[in-house]
Design a protein around this ligand. Structure first.
Ligand code: CS2
Length: 499
């Protein structure tokens, strides 16, 4: 087995079947800083930017930032930032080497280096995939002002830990230096993701401004309101976590080692609101849809793709299915997903030209991709952060329309049951949730009380009149799951009464 690594020196000698960067990497200048340089970013935005670089737009290289761990940097720096994107369809695997990531910084090791990249005038766009929980929202959706990392960043603005701390400090420096602000492009699975981040960052900047009031500094929050663009975007590509068998297979194909190849599906989609005062790559030439309002696309993706994903994950885990394709091949789960879609589709805007039939037909094909082995446990992570926009929002709208969101609420019950099954029917740390400690502290309770307590902790339907009806539906499903597993809960659909 070879010990040579994929890098600038070895990339030209790869087998001809492997696509390699068709441009001079040395001539690329950085233009984008990306926070959260995980597998999703490397399968999605970095691949689109690679296309732009290959077309001669050399000013948009990516500086990747890990806000937490050094793993990605440690894997990719010896490879000059190069990695393999393995696109896996039912008809085989196509390998492409992506060259758009120029360097990777690890924020906890050197926050100053991250700030230097963010304040560099060449940086005109900051993109983010930091996962839902890293936006540090309280249960009511506002900025969690008491979160220890927010408290830290307010006390230590020059060495932040959070995305909010980095963005605020960098924007303050740029303003002071007379450098125009960068555009902030959120690429996480949140509704109105740009507007959401904008709102949270303004809240953070106001807290900073309160502290700085004595020094007479001009207000940062106002600057962020007036001068910084936060277009929303919808991102889509399924990216299962890389396993060692992937590494071994890819090394065999390449003839050199790649410490962290990324697996993905052929499908990719990116819809972006076109507000980039500091410029942008010509993404539209490479399949990106530039729009005025991304909301309909975002809702369709969150409620149909991600909502079904969470349903498949929790029902699949409880039904003993380790991967999405296996769970989706189970006729009872397949039928459940069709009915879940039927509940969610009427909540989508009717006048936005969405073709939900074509969309769900394509989703069914994507979920059936046996080459991906997308683990249900991977999707199960962070349910308390994901379910509000994937499931709870549509369930509330169904109740408002006078209908019973039976299938949507079963996903919530299955989430609760799957959380509680860990350490029993499922391995202890099979997946994790930011609420794990708080959930464990709840102790024994009757089902209805427990579901209500979970809703409070997670902020589900917070302040909504529909909350109690949802809790009762979820509790009824939870009882069925306890009595007869997921099979009984599915069989009882159509017959569910409130507990
Ligand atoms: C998945 C998403 O893990 C999850 O929660 O639902 O990562 C999903 O694969 C992507 O959003 C697809 O674009």
């Amino acid at each position: 087995m070879t010990t040579r690594r994929l890098c600038n020196d070895t990339v030209r000698s790869l087998p001809a079947s492997v696509a390699i960067p068709a441009y001079d990497r040395a001539a690329v200048a950085p233009g984008i800083v990306h926070l959260g340089v995980g597998a999703f970013h490397r399968a999605h935005q970095a691949a689109y930017v690679d296309d732009c670089l290959a077309a001669g737009e050399t000013g948009w290289g990516i500086i990747g930032v890990s806000l937490r761990s050094p793993e990605t940097r440690d894997a990719l720096t010896p490879q000059d930032g190069l990695y393999t994107l393995a696109v896996r369809g039912s008809d085989g695997e196509a390998l492409q080497i992506i060259g758009s990531i120029q360097s990777i910084l690890v924020a906890p090791e050197d926050p100053g280096a991250v700030l230097a990249a963010l304040t560099d005038p060449r940086t005109r766009i900051v993109t983010l995939t930091i996962t839902e929980k890293a936006y540090l929202r309280a249960a009511d959706g506002s900025l969690d002002e008491k979160h220890p990392d927010i408290v830290h960043d307010l006390a230590n603005p020059g060495s932040p830990k959070t995305a909010h701390g980095f963005l605020a400090e960098a924007l303050a420096h740029r303003r002071a230096a007379g450098t125009p602000p960068f555009t902030v492009l959120c690429c996480d699975n949140l509704p109105a993701n740009g507007a959401t981040l904008h709102r949270l960052l303004i809240a953070f900047a106001k807290l900073r401004d309160d502290r700085a009031a004595a020094s007479g500094d001009a207000l940062l929050a106002e600057h962020i309101v007036d001068a910084v663009a936060f277009p929303s975007s919808m991102v889509d590509r399924i990216v299962p976590a890389t396993i060692d068998a992937d590494r071994a297979r890819i090394a065999g194909e390449l003839g050199v080692q790649d410490a962290w190849p990324v697996m993905t599906e052929p499908f990719r989609q990116w819809v972006i609101e076109d507000r980039f005062p500091a410029g942008r790559p010509a993404w539209e030439k490479f399949g990106v849809t530039m729009v005025e309002d991304v909301r309909p696309f975002e809702d369709m993706k969150l409620r149909l793709l991600n909502g079904a994903h969470s349903g498949i994950a929790y029902l699949g885990l409880l039904g003993g299915h380790a991967t999405v394709d296996r769970a989706f091949a189970d006729p009872a789960i397949r039928e459940f997903v069709d009915r879940l879609w039927a509940e969610a589709i009427p909540t989508l805007p009717r006048d936005a030209g969405l073709d939900t039939s074509a969309y769900t037909a394509e989703l069914a094909e994507r979920f059936s991709n046996t080459a991906l082995a997308h683990r249900t446990a991977q999707i199960a992570n962070d349910g308390s952060q994901k379910l509000p926009q994937r499931i709870v929002a549509s369930a509330i709208e169904r109740i408002q329309a006078g209908l019973v969101p039976e299938h949507l609420t079963l996903v919530i019950a299955a989430w609760i049951a799957a959380c509680e099954a860990r350490g029993k029917d499922l391995p202890e740390a099979h997946f994790t949730d930011p609420l794990d400690t708080a959930l464990a502290a709840l102790g024994e309770q009757p089902t209805l009380e427990r579901v209500a307590a979970v809703f409070d902790l997670a902020g589900f339907a917070s302040g909504k009149p529909e909350k109690q009806a949802l809790i009762e539906l979820v509790a009824a499903h939870r009882v069925h799951i306890r009595q007869g597993g997921i099979a009984l809960a599915l069989a009882a659909l159509g017959k569910t009464r409130r507990a």
